[in-house]
Design a protein around this ligand. Sequence first.
Ligand SMILES: Nc1ncnc2c1ncn2[C@@H]1O[C@H](COP(=O)(O)OP(=O)(O)OP(=O)(O)O)[C@@H](O)[C@H]1O
Ligand SMILES: [Mg+2]
Length: 463
Amino acid sequence: MTGNIFELPNRSSERSKGGGFVSLSHSRSQWRAALVGREAETTMLSNFLDEAFSVGASILMSGPAGVGKTRLLEEVTRLAAEEGALVLSVAGVDFEGKISYSSLHHLLLPLLKDVDSLPPALAQALGVALSLFDGEPPRPLMVANAVFSLLSRAAASQPILLMVDDFHWTDRASASVVGFIARRVHGSRIGVLAAYRTDAGAAFERAGVETMSLHPLTRDASEALVAESHPTLPTRLRRRLIDDADGIPLALLELADSVNDIPIGDLPAVLPLTERLESVFAERVEKLSSAIRDSLLLAALDGRREIRALQEIGVDMAALADAEATGVVALDTATMTIRFAHPLVRSAIVASTPPEVRRRAHRAIAERLIDDPDRRGWHLAETTLTPDEAIASELELLGRAARRALRQVEARARKAQRLGVFVVRAVFGEDGHVAADEIHSAGHVDVAVRIRSCALCRDRSVR
Ligand SMILES: Nc1ncnc2c1ncn2[C@@H]1O[C@H](COP(=O)(O)OP(=O)(O)OP(=O)(O)O)[C@@H](O)[C@H]1O
Ligand SMILES: [Mg+2]
């Protein structure tokens, strides 16, 4: 494909059904308005459609889970159909990934009636591949040629958009055929648009096909999306979920639903996931070995990024290196820190662990944090469901230490009036968790941890 799809079309009218022209400005501008923060991408895809339906074009789109691939594809599909194209679409399905040509069968459903009109050898190859006829297993190249021939014939009367979502889940045989077509569309009126999750890997050789990376939304666009979808969400919740969603629209929308029900002062350190979010993010976690999961659970519950600190609480370095190889975390050897691939991967690790195992992990961490009373207190508080005498008295001791620490924090916080207000509130005990959240979102994680442990101690002494 040539580079001109990146330019804005400068025509006021475009193709329509049967090759005529209608004004597209309305439809295409509606499309742009429906999507938040995707001006560059809609321009690119709009140009892609122009090129696809005149001289042929292909794009292979990649992006992380929940970033908005399907949404963009749906919009392109709708637009293509409105403009008179025949849309052949399929979404890869996890469990069908092992059935050869299952996605191709789905993709070609509207054209199956025309298979017989192909030259006999091609018709036989494709018919057997799609289980329409019995016969010897066909050579993959014959099948790919047959599909190309079928599409080219159909494109003579109507432009075609071949759209494959969740490409990472299509079976290999179908994916090879789609790749074959994507590299041969020039000179036809065929567009191929396929999307896959970045961490899953494309199902076909990308060489010779234009690629497009769909990035998370910017902070401003994230704000705009939440303002539009949940206009009444309190500022503090909005800020927190925008931090955690990290530009992933799925997370922005779903977290906004889940935090809506949480009392404003009780936002947990790791946000709860909705079912859909958990299924998206937990999927990456579930495939990990138990050694990797155990270490990641410790790191997720602890929340610090420094590798040295994580080693101290029992995180195994070899397991972390293995986790990095799977893309779930990234290690930065310059700063000796780790980062979860997405903040919600951290939530997914916690959410997918049974509560009993979670409590044991908190206890294991607390046992190693002898010299860090604040963190130890917080983890101890998470190990029990019912008040426990021993823990309560330890928390009381820790509470004193925390209050001492808090006095030092207070002195520092006086320099910053806004933060000072929250620290003082925490000292007087009413709003400790709220203050901790606020200070956490202002980037003072250590201070927030101290204040939270003080608030927890206060909660327990009040009970
Ligand atoms: N730019 C956007 N503006 C408004 N809503 C959006 C935008 N992008 C995505 N969404 C919404 O976010 C949600 C997730 O998007 P979508 O399903 O397209 O993600 P995806 O990348 O296909 O995820 P997956 O990898 O799980 O398939 C959907 O509800 C979608 O409508
Ligand atoms: Mg999708």
